[in-house]
Ligand binder design. Sequence first.
Ligand code: SME
Length: 159
Amino acid sequence: MFKPISISPNKAENLSYFLQNIEGYISQEENQLTNLSNFAAIVKYFFDDVNWAGFYLYDGTKLFLGPFQGLPACTTIAINKGVCGTAASLRQTVIVPDTREFPGHIVCDEASLSEIVIPIVKNGELFGVLDIDSPSLNRFDKIDQDFLEKGIAVLIDNL
Ligand code: SME
């Protein structure tokens, strides 16, 4: 089993460690649930100031809660609803600097003040989304988005 895991106070270096660990741990030889669980754990480890990180998966009709790190959360989300449903239907990453300002934001944990949701689309088919919440306003930027999308690309290759 892949072992490296590290942490750096330098954001660029830290995010490169994040990606190295995703590449090391996510493997086609592992069960999908295993890969999703390790992915959520790696996000939670490398992204500071995050209170929730995990997956909502698409069953053909709606999103349902998948592997995550954080407090128990909403179990299902309709496509088009909330930040997750919006990113799923747009098939684009959505960054919300202030969740209180996002129309239709679904409150699972009242501590969450900013959020990023990355859609997961394989061969044109929606698989689900990766959702990350922070208790701080404006926690996520384009650099976070870039590394998270690269990590999700690794996951997609191994689904
Ligand atoms: N806030 C999300 C719901 C999921 S929780 O944050 C874990 C949304 O608006 O879709």
